[in-house]
Design a protein around this ligand. Sequence first.
Ligand code: PEP
Length: 258
Amino acid sequence: MTARSPIVGGNWKMNTDRAGAVALARAVAAGVRPLAGVQTVVFPPFVYLSEVAAALAQSGGGASLGAQDCYHAEKGAFTGEISVGMLKDCGAAWVLAGHSERRHVMHEGDDLVNLKLRAALHAGLSVILCVGEKLEQRLTGQTDTVNERQVRLGLRSVEPSELARIVIAYEPVWAIGTGKTATPQDAQDAHRHIRSVVADMFGTPAANALRIQYGGSVTAANAQGLMAQPDIDGALVGGASLKADEFTAICAAAANAR
Ligand code: PEP
C-alpha cells in the first residue's frame, strides 16, 4: 500500500461555453464531494477560469482549479499569452506544462516547457508536467528514452523542495483522444521508469512521494484496471472529463484503488 494520495485532473481543452463551464464545475464539485482521499482538479479554458473559480467556491470546494497552459514572462509584449500571475488572480492553483497538444500542435519544446514549469513553481502554483511518446517512438522502442528526456529537461533546475508541488502525467500521444488506451501493464512499465528517472535526479524518497498520473482515453470503464497499478496515482482526463458523471466515476475508481 502506497502513501501517495491519487489525483485526477479534468482537462476541458477548448470545450464548453460560459454557462456550460459553470454547470460542469458545479456538477463535478457535487460529484466528488463525497469521495475521500482523491484530489480533483479541473482545467477549463482561460476565459472561464474566474467563473469556474466562483462556481467551485459556491459549491463548497471539493475540486481545485487549474489552467491548461501559461507563459513564463511576468508581463509585457507577449500578445495572446497569459502569465502565471494572471492565472493566480483568476483563482487557479494548478497549471499544466507540456501537454501533448502544446508540444505537438503548438510545437513547444522541452526548454519552453521547463521555463513555464519553473515560472509557475516560482509563483507558488502546483504543476502537472505532461510527458509521453508518439506512436512511432513506441513502435521503435523509444518509449523510455523519450519519457526520460522529457522528464529530465522538464524538471531541469527544479529545487528538491519544489517537487512536492509537481505531478507528472504520463500521456502517450497515441492514446490521447483516440479511444486507444495503454494497457495497465504498459502504463505501469512507463510509470515505473519515470519514477526511476526522478529517483536518479532527486533521490528515492522524493521519487516515491511523487504522484504520476496516467492520461490517454481514460474512461469510467477502463479506470479501475489502470488505477490498480502500483505506480499509477490517478489520471489526467480529457474527453471523459466533460461528462460530470463519468468524470466522477473515474475519480471514484482512483479513490477506491487506495
Ligand atoms: C488529455 O487531454 O490530457 C487527455 C488525456 O485526453 P483524452 O482523455 O481525451 O485522451
